[in-house]
Design a protein around this ligand. Sequence first.
Ligand code: G6P
Length: 363
Amino acid sequence: EQAGKGEYDHFMLKEITEQPTSLAQAIEGRVDPTSGRIALSDFEPGTFDDIDSVQFVACGTSYHAALYGSLALNQAGVQSAALLANEYSVSAPPIDDDTLVIAVTQSGETADTLNALRRARAEGAATLTVTNVVGSTAAREADDALFIRAGPEIGVAATKTFSSQAVMLTLLAQRIAGDLRGASAADLETLLPELESMPGRIETLLDESDADLIAERYRESQSYFFIGRGLGYPVALEGALKFKEITYEHAEGFASGELKHGPLALVTPETPVFAIFTGQEDEKTLKNAEEAQTRGAPVIAVCPDDHPAVAAADEQLAIPETEPDLAGLLANVQLQLVSYYAADLLDRPIDKPRNLAKSVTVE
Ligand code: G6P
């Protein structure tokens, strides 16, 4: 096992640092930045012409990636929802043969997700799975499969697969919107080159991250909160999930605007707030973060260097400048590192947290 970890103490850190490579693999050959048009060559032209709504089903980290994809689709003008696969049997929205149901599952073996996929098929939906495992049950059972090509992920806490899922779903959202409504070349002309730059940007972030210092500074805290808006919201949820999975400390993610509707009652000087800035209504998120700060909470802004939040916040975790569609993914890498270093300081069994399994094949 040590051999597989190479120079790293844990698979999780190895997998976090693999993200420049795993993302480059995910994107390779699938986009054409020069034409300003999405390729996503996995699908024939017009594949999604007849779809009128999209439902994502997923669990855990994959659910957060699904939410990311769903918000991207909504922003591109396509009706879509992300649903917890384990709730789907009691609360699925209406399905017909113009519904596309997308199962997002790293392993392709999660029982809850397979059940949701089977139900969708039985009701006549078109189905697609976005997975890391070629030959997995989800890949075999769905009408179509889109592989994220992240390579094997050993750490129970998903890291590189989240990034690859989110990037593939960002591409897929553009592709579906393009098939349905005609591609918005203006958007793609900026998005695609940015996408190609993501591996390099993550490399820079990993080289310069202060996540270890932040983890050390706030190691005695009572709870850890994560807030984000728009595409920063699933990243806030994922930041908190990662933190609780591997540190065993209490952590919660909220939509920035929800903080004042209840969670603010929990905020004290002992509850650091990680605020994620993606370029979508950042001034509102900053206001929400400042409301927490007024109650004594230290605010850690996850944002580019020249962002107005840097002056207002107590700390910054820097992310390279990019498009709002992708900024959350850079923020997520910083948050993965914070969780990792916090868990390491607490001497937790990072790759195999208690009570958790890499793939849950029971309901
Ligand atoms: C388990 C793992 C999580 C994972 C979830 C969904 O609970 O511990 O890390 O996100 O399953 O797994 P999947 O393979 O469907 O993405």
